[in-house]
Every structure is written in C-alpha cells, then in structure tokens.
Design a protein around this ligand. Structure first.
Ligand SMILES: [Zn+2]
Ligand SMILES: [Zn+2]
Length: 247
C-alpha cells in the first residue's frame, strides 16, 4: 500500500503539470527540492517510490507520471500522461481542425517510414492534401514550429520525428492507429518509431538507436539479435556515454 500524499508530492505534481515532461536529472533535483522545502525525509534512490505514491492518487483521474526513454539519445524522462484520452483530440484546445489533420498526416509519414523520420519537404507537400481546409506552405511551416515548441515533434536538419513526450502521451493512440506497423524494440520492448530495422525480410525486428549502441557495444561484428544476419546500419558510438549514464 502506497503512503499518503504529502505537500512534497503535491509540489512535484504541480511542477509536472506545468512542464508536461522533465528529464531524469531534473526529476531527481525536483524530488530533492520538494522534500527539502516541505521538510520530509529524502533518499536519492527513492524517486520511483515517490512517484508511485503520486500515481496511486492520480489513478482515479486516469493520469499517471510515466518513465520513458528518448529515442534519440537514450536519456530517461518523466512525463505526466493522460490515460483516459486515447485520441489526438486532447490537443484540440491548442490546434484547429486542419492543424490537427496536418499533425495526423505528418505522424502517418513518420510512423510509416522505415527510420521514424519525415523530411520537411514531404510534410510541406501535405499542405494541399488536407481535407478539412487547405493550408499555404508558409502556414504549414508555422504549425510545424508550434508543434516543436509544444514538444509534440522534434526537428533536426529538416527531418521531423515524434518527440519523447508525444510517444509517451500518445502511445495508446499510436498502437491503435498503426497496429500492424508499430513494432516493439527488440532490446527495451518499448514501441520503436525512430529506430533501425533488420533488413532480413523474414525478420525485420527494430531497435532504437540508443539500444543499438548499447547492444553492439564491444562486439566486433554486429549481427541481428533475432536472426543473426549482419546488421547493416551505422552503429552509433557517441551515444554510448550518454546511455551508460542512465543505466
Ligand atoms: Zn529500445
Ligand atoms: Zn534480423
């Protein structure tokens, strides 16, 4: 049975409500600060227990603070997610119908791609394919910028990916919408969008890039962990340090 919710838990939850998502390091600092301010006992290794107490009290409201991993660098994150609403409509107060349609279509491009990315040209080309109300390319650019600021999408060198927040919040939606397409990472068993895929057609497993780095570290010849075929993708090295920090 989880303990009672104290002011330290309430303060932690309030910060999560403001931020939506914080990285693992920030969550640790926040945990310490909340305990110090409200003079309750603090143990650095008790963050997950602390969060579990909050989650017990959030359960009737179908909300949860969930731990997840960035597909980009393997960093750990904590996000406040809504479990009741499995539709994109939760964004409806911030985005108009055609903006949401654009987001859905961009999401299609990203999830249906092999590596979990969509280039800006392809997304801009959606402008005149919208059914609700067509947009000019300039308007699409504006919406994309807002989606990045609001932490639904990430952009790097003109390639768009689903943000960590988006995957954590929309996991159920993604699973419902793209049932056959969505695969779990062979290593961490979370859904894998931005990932590498085994090129053996009878295998086709996916691994997150940071999971690839972790799995192949120290192995001379990379082979698929499922079918043992040669793994033909670039093995990221620089991520390893970041990743190990979070193990
Ligand atoms: Zn993984
Ligand atoms: Zn394979």
């Amino acid at each position: 049975m989880a303990g009672p919710m104290t002011d330290s838990h309430r303060r932690f939850l309030q910060t999560m409500m403001c931020n939506g998502i914080v990285d693992g390091a920030k969550a640790k600092t926040l945990h310490r600060l909340c305990c110090e301010i409200h003079k309750v006992s603090y143990a650095p290794d008790k963050l997950d227990e602390f969060v579990n107490i909050i989650n017990t009290h959030l359960q009737p409201m179908f909300m949860q603070i969930r731990k997840g991993m960035s597909e980009e660098d393997g960093q750990q994150y904590y996000a406040l997610v809504n479990l009741a609403d499995t539709e994109i409509t939760r964004m409806a107060s911030d985005y108009s119908d055609n903006e949401l349609e654009l987001f859905r279509k961009a999401m299609d491009l990203i999830v249906e791609s092999e590596n979990g990315m969509a280039c800006s040209t392809d997304i801009l080309n959606l402008a005149d394919k919208l059914q609700s109300k067509k947009m000019k390319k300039k308007e699409v650019e504006g919406v994309l910028q807002r989606l990045v600021v609001d932490k639904w999408l990430c952009e790097k060198n003109g390639e768009y990916t689903l943000s960590t927040r988006c995957i954590m919040e929309m996991e159920q939606y993604i699973r419902n919408m793209y049932q056959d397409l969505v695969k779990l990472c062979n290593i961490c068993h979370n859904i894998a969008i931005q990932s590498q895929m085994c090129e053996n057609p009878s295998c086709g497993i996916k691994m997150h890039v940071p999971c690839v780095a972790r799995y192949f570290r120290g192995r001379t010849e990379p082979h698929c962990p499922a079918c043992n075929e040669f793994w033909p993708h670039e093995i990221p090295g620089k991520l390893t340090v970041l990743l190990l920090r979070n193990l």
